[in-house]
Ligand binder design. Structure first.
Ligand code: ARG
Length: 458
């Protein structure tokens, strides 16, 4: 134990287990060894360790890292309180007494947040690559389905026709924001708390900025009291992951709907669906349903960490030990769901004909008729009303707008002429929406070109 001197009685075994975070924070072992090596160099610079002591400590820590990488169960089988005490204990086992010098001027309070920040930096890098990969998949699908017309919805009612490509571009826009948020958070978390000690700074002559650079941070934090209590970066990442998961959940919901027996717009691959134990005909979109539900636990952690921190007095409190489990689960869940989304998209097929028929139905071109009337000099409000009446007449006759006879159109508005049929065609609907962000093929091509340029070459 790291702190036995002041204690007479043994820990109650149940408290010992309750207090331990090793089963969760063993994942920080690489970061703990890395920051410990950097710390040993600072101790040498401050004349606390001799050069040879520092070298021995560094070598021992590297040996320990190799051993753990080969046999990760080593940590979990130990009864240490946390990863920090485990690394220190093992170091002392390897190098003996000089290992006991490593914790000079350092506290687990600055150590744990340093390690966690290092891990977050690594994980943000992984997530950026995974989002980028999903983005590339969306771009490819978007190029493939540039001419595939699907109905666009509001209130889950067919509203205006769009293309599948346009739908993909909507998700590309969301993924771009997810990436921006991660990069932005990275700037704020790229500041090292090491050397803050327990809360009031270290009493040794440590160049904290140099130490920060040694570990790849941009600089050292400005206030030790804040540094050991700051978990803003955990909250930020939990929030970014929640937003990212909401995007993936809405993506899942769209595809579940497109895949439903009622729509049949798409066919999901056998690779990402499963059958029913009872009904032989079933092929269920489990992969998508799981993404949709997993978003719940990611959002749950965001709420949980906010509640943990709310009302905590400065500075470090053991409550904060509860930050890691949920963070690991949240970011891992997001990673898995990103990979799963790639797999689903890459293997997706589209029923072009069914999509087109659906887009043509439900008077999705009614807005065009209203705009046509505006072009003929009718005010939009009146045009809206007249079009509504014409749609009603078409519904009664059970025909689409383009199948109505000209004299029926003219019963409602004398300005309507033969050219109305041209404007009700799908092509003209698309080509007219040609301002930035619109569904015209020119705008879609532009958006795809921009998305391609923004793809990262990792
Ligand atoms: N295991 C602890 C955590 O994850 C490390 C810090 C412990 N510090 C302390 N003073 N007990 O938060």
């Amino acid at each position: 134990m790291l702190w036995g001197g002041r204690f007479i009685d043994e820990l109650d075994p149940f408290f010992k287990k309750f207090n331990s975070s090793l089963k969760i924070d063993y994942r920080l072992v690489e970061q703990d060894i890395f920051s410990s090596i950097a710390w040993s160099k600072s101790l040498f610079n401050a004349n606390i360790l001799t050069q040879s002591e520092q070298k021995k400590i560094e070598e021992a820590l590297n040996t320990l890292l190799d051993t753990v990488i080969k046999n990760p169960s080593l940590i979990l089988n130990s009864d240490s309180e946390d990863v920090h005490s485990w690394v220190e204990k093992e170091l002392i086992n390897i190098v003996g007494t000089i290992g006991k010098k490593l914790h000079t001027g350092r506290s687990r309070n600055d150590q744990v947040t340093t390690d966690l920040k290092l891990w977050c930096k690594y994980k943000v890098g992984v997530l950026l690559k995974q989002i980028n990969r999903l983005k590339i998949t969306f771009i490819n699908i978007s190029e493939r389905y540039q001419n595939t017309v699907i109905p666009g919805y509001t209130h889950l009612q067919r509203a205006q026709p769009i293309t599948f490509s346009f739908w993909c571009l909507a998700y590309i826009a969301m993924l771009n924001r997810d990436m921006d948020r991660l990069k932005d958070a990275l700037n704020r978390l790229n500041v090292s708390p090491l050397g803050c000690g327990a809360l009031a700074g270290t009493s040794w002559n440590i160049d904290r900025d140099q130490l920060a650079k040694e570990m790849g941070f941009a600089s050292a934090t400005i206030n030790s009291l804040d540094s050991v209590s700051d978990r803003d970066y955990v909250v930020e990442l939990a929030s970014i992951a929640s937003i990212g998961m909401i995007h993936l959940s809405r993506f899942s919901e769209d595809l579940i709907f497109f895949n439903s027996s009622e729509s049949q717009f798409i066919v999901l691959s056998d690779k990402v669906t499963s059958g029913s134990s009872l009904m032989p005909q079933k092929k269920n979109p489990d992969s998508l349903e799981l993404i949709r539900s997993k978003s719940g636990k990611v959002i749950g952690f965001l709420v949980s960490i906010l509640v943990v921190l709310k009302g905590l007095p400065l500075s470090y409190n053991k409550d904060m030990q509860e930050d890691k489990e949920g963070l690991f689960i949240s970011l891992d869940t997001w990673s898995d769901c990103l990979l799963m989304s790639v797999l689903i998209l890459e293997n997706l097929e589209i029923n072009n004909i069914i999509c087109l028929e659906a887009a043509k139905k439900s008077y999705a071109n009614a807005t065009e008729l209203a705009d046509y009337l505006v072009n003929k000099g009718v005010t939009f409000r009146d045009a809206h009303h007249i079009t509504g009446k014409i749609v009603l007449a078409a519904i009664k006759k059970n025909v689409s707008l383009e199948k109505l006879n000209l004299n029926i159109f003219q019963n409602y508005c004398k300005y309507i002429d033969k050219d109305v049929y041209q404007c009700l065609k799908l092509e003209s609907i698309f080509n007219k929406r040609d301002s930035k962000g619109g569904v015209s093929s020119r705008q879609i091509q532009k958006a795809i070109d921009i998305a391609k340029k923004e793809v990262y070459k990792f």
